[in-house]
Design a protein around this ligand. Sequence first.
Ligand SMILES: [Zn+2]
Length: 359
Amino acid sequence: MRCILLFCLLMLIFAGSVQAAVEIAREGENPVILEEVYVAEGDFFLSIDDVLNILGRSGSWDSVGHLYRFKTPAGTAIISPGSHFVRLGERFIPLSQRPRFIDNRLRVSEDFITGILPELLGIRLYYRNLTPRSQVAGEEEGSSIDRLFAFLLQRKKPEDAKTLRAVALDPGHGGLDTGTIGLDGIKEKDVNLQVTERLEKILKMRLGIPVYLSRDGDYALAPQQRLEPATRADVDALILLHAQGSLRAAPQGIALVVRPVEEYTGEALSASEGNSMRLARSLEEALRQEGLKVDGIYQAPLPALGRGNLPTVLVEMGYLTNPDDKELLGSVAGREKLAHAMFLGLQGFAEKMKEKENK
Ligand SMILES: [Zn+2]
C-alpha cells in the first residue's frame, strides 16, 4: 500500500501535474501562456529555453560541460543541473532550488525566474502563475514548513531588552549529508560544526547568554529540527553556517545571505527585513575588520532562511576548494578568527539595535 502511494506521489512529482500554467512577458508586452509547467517538491519548474525565448533571449546547453549558458549584460551566466548557484564571472549567486532535468529539458524554478533572472538580464518581468495553489502536488510539506517558519521564527524581544538574550546557530549538513567536500577531502559538515562550537563558546564566555544549536554532533537533521533552536522565546538572532565549493580553485571569500525584500510579505521594507540585512552588514563589517575576505551580501529566497522576522543570516564561510580559504577553515586558528569575527558582528548588531531602540 505504501509502495503504491509512494509510486503515485513520485508520478505526480516527476511526471508533473501538468494542469499548471503560467503567464510570462517582458513588462509592457503581451503575456505568453506556458503550459509546460512541472511541479517538484512543491515548486514550479519551467524550461529555461522556453522562458528565455519569450523574453527574446536564448541560451545553449553544453552537453560536454553539462552546463547551460546564456548571455547577460554583465557577461555569460552559467547554470547547471543540481547546482545551488548561478555563476556570473567570479560571482556565485545562490539559488533556493537547483535547476533540474525533467523530461529531457533543463528546468528552473519559479523563484529563479521571478527573483534572479530579471536582475541577471537587466529587464522587468511580468509573471503570473495561473495554477491554484491547492492543485500543487507536494505543496503540503513545503508550505507547512514555511508556515512553521512564519509562525515560529518571530522576533520576540521585549522593548526594554538591552542586548542579545540568546542566539541560535545551525551548522549546516551532518551525518550522510557531508555538504561540500574540498581540498584534501575536508568536509563542510565538520567545518560548519567546528566553527559553530567555537562561536557558541565565545558567546557564552563573553556575553553569558544561552546559545542553542540545531546539532552538536555528526548527524542528519530534518528541516523542522534545523529551525527548532530558533523557535525558543529568547532567541534574538539565527546564524546558519555553511561553506561552499567550486569546480575551480579561484573563487574565494565569505558570502552572507539574507531573505530578499520581495519575499517578505509585510510592508515594503519592514523593520524586520531590515534587521536581517542589518545583522548581515554588521557581520560583514566585523569580518572585514578581522582581515577576512568578504565577497558580499546576497539576497536569496532559501527555504532555510524561513519566512519569519527573526534576524537571520546564512554565512557561507568560504570555499573549501580554494587553498587560502581551506587553510583558514581547516585550522584551529583560522576557525577561531572566523568565530571571533562573527561574535563581534553579533555584538555590533546588538549594540546598533540598542541605539535604535533608545532613540
Ligand atoms: Zn552547505
